[in-house]
Design a protein. Structure first.
Length: 556
């Protein structure tokens, strides 16, 4: 069969390779990201019906979520708490509000998000200006509804990625976690992003899916259109739009060679333990977020699952999941790794990861605000539901519980106390191992205190780098400062290991999956790493060819 060629002019672009591999497919330009990043944008009359439909869908979506949440909250808490959600649902059923939303849309020709902000801000102010305190309190309900609708509008955008056709090259300015929960390696074969560094969510997702990704491409949106044929080289950072016959033949030849190398690495990883040239055993585990990831990891020779992310499950749900639903998800997803060590991280949300049904309040500095365990402490019913599910599933799997973004001893003790109380209620005597994520300099410098409460530590190098180097992992303006093998990071890792003593320490950040600096990481004393499932064979192959320094006091 002759190569498929696009008749449009071939364009070559150069970016930064952030997930290795080669891919060819059809571009899908994710323009919704532009809208989300913009505070306000003007529409023309031809798009009025489209924006009206977005508002209608958002209202139906929020109404359904409110009813589901009311039922669940009534079961978990009480009828009075549930009544709040039902009252909000009745407000949205008022035809006056819908009419006002559409009137503003038609008159001002602005996007749905701005229409919602404008109308609900006006209603909230009217309620707060009333003399009756009962009506004044309705202003908070209006603000809450506005937040839900805005989150739903974003969710509807994210869902547009759910049914991408096979062989898709996703093109975006940047990707948020809520954008990526529906992406699958069955449909997406590559990612191009204008703004994406090594630790950005787009890069992390691409590596977890085992697909090539190129970031930092200037003028990307001026060069590619939906439907264009695209070749992506995630190793060199080269991108070809609408390749000619010569470019396609070169791609086909390179792809064959890459597949042979990959097959060789996979064969080695299945057959051998990861042992360095000087005889040091390294545990190579995998990061995963789905059954497909877990299966790929075990097939690739992973020693277990070092980090199972729960955020995709919670972000993709439109209502407050029950402990039964979460337990079913864990059983289904973890089955391929039954019999091996599996570390399940508690829900790590906040900042740029917000489930629609929690409608978390806005914060001036979200990455320095309520994230990880701080959210779970603020929503103990959410923490309890997860722990109850994990304890049930621990009867069938060898589980560890990872607590995200630990900073203080109390962050751990609150979780441990709840685990013990629930275990007693469920008549479970064999408790899962308790682990703490070390993701901040404060936690790294407090290991001697934290280790009194845990069975193991896991270093999250992405956040540890972000907070140590004061460089946001998603901020392209400071990407040159995001240096995850900086001497300060390596020194913190050594300190963590030394202070931990007999407590096991693993590293699950993206730094562990980079072949070129793996020896540097292992020379800190790290003997357990967790990498993207697709990288397990390659990393094990690299370990077998690596000579590392082994201090005398660590040999025993």
């Amino acid at each position: 069969m002759s190569p498929q060629i696009n008749n449009n002019r071939m364009i070559s672009l150069q970016g930064k390779g952030i997930s290795r591999g080669l891919a060819k497919g059809n571009a899908f330009v994710y323009l919704d990201i532009l809208h989300r990043d913009s505070e306000l944008y003007v529409i023309d009359s031809a798009h009025i019906d489209e924006e009206k439909s977005r508002i209608d869908r958002a209202i139906r979506d929020v109404q359904q979520g409110l009813i589901i949440d009311a039922k669940h909250i009534e079961k978990k808490l009480n009828k009075n708490a549930a009544a709040i959600f039902l009252a909000q649902e009745s407000i949205l059923s008022d035809s006056t509000i819908l009419s006002e939303l559409k009137r503003i849309l038609e008159e001002d020709l602005i996007n749905a998000e701005q229409v919602v902000r404008t109308v609900f801000r006006l209603y909230a102010r009217k309620f707060r200006e009333m003399d009756n305190p009962l009506f004044q309190d309705k202003g908070d309900d209006i603000d809450d509804l506005s937040r839900r609708l805005l989150l739903s509008l974003s969710g509807i955008h994210a869902h547009s990625l759910e049914n991408l056709p096979p062989q898709t090259i996703l093109v975006a300015r940047r990707l948020l976690p809520s954008d990526t929960v529906f992406l699958s390696r069955d449909s997406t074969v590559g990612v191009l992003a204008e703004f994406a560094g090594m630790a950005a969510h787009a890069a992390l997702l691409a590596r977890e899916l085992g697909i090539p990704c190129v970031g930092g491409i200037s003028d990307l949106f001026e060069s590619v259109n939906t439907g264009d044929i695209v070749i992506v080289d995630g190793t060199t950072g080269n991108v070809v739009i609408n390749p000619d016959i010569s470019a396609v033949k070169k791609y086909d030849s390179s792809r064959i060679i890459a597949l042979k190398i990959q097959a060789k690495a996979l064969k080695i990883s299945r057959a051998e333990k990861a042992t360095t040239l000087n005889g040091v055993n390294i545990s190579v585990m995998a990061n995963a977020r789905s059954k497909e990831d877990v299966k790929l990891a075990i097939e690739g020779g992973a020693d277990g699952i070092g980090l199972f992310r729960t955020e995709p499950f919670f972000l993709s749900s439109k209502h407050f999941p029950t402990d039964i639903e979460f337990a079913d998800f864990l059983r289904y997803s973890l089955k391929p790794a039954q019999g091996k060590y599996i570390n399940v991280r508690l829900l790590d949300i906040g900042a740029d990861k917000n489930p629609i049904y929690l409608h978390l309040p806005p914060e001036p500095d979200p990455f320095l605000g309520r994230r990880g365990i701080r959210i779970l402490r603020a929503y103990p019913e959410l923490l309890e539901a997860q722990l109850r599910a994990i304890l049930e599933v621990s009867k069938e799997f060898t589980l560890g519980i990872l607590i995200p973004l630990v900073v203080t001893e109390e962050d751990i003790s609150i979780v441990v106390k709840m685990i013990r109380e629930l275990a007693e209620e469920l008549c479970i005597s064999d408790l899962p191992r308790i682990g703490a994520m070390i993701e901040t300099p404060a936690a790294a410098l407090s290991v001697s205190l934290l280790k009194q409460h845990v069975d193991f530590f896991s270093i999250g190098s992405n956040d540890l780098t972000q907070y140590t180097m004061v460089a946001g992992r998603e901020n392209p303006l400071v990407s040159e400062y995001f240096i995850d093998d900086h001497p300060s990071i390596l020194r913190l890792i050594r300190l963590i290991i030394d202070e931990a003593g007999s407590i096991p320490v693993s590293i699950c950040g993206e730094v562990a999956g980079r072949n070129e600096i793996l020896a540097k990481i292992l020379n800190t004393g790290i003997r357990s790493i967790s990498v993207s499932a697709s990288l397990v064979p390659d990393i094990k192959s690299t370990v077998l060819k690596t000579m590392i320094y082994e201090p005398d006091y660590r040999k025993n």
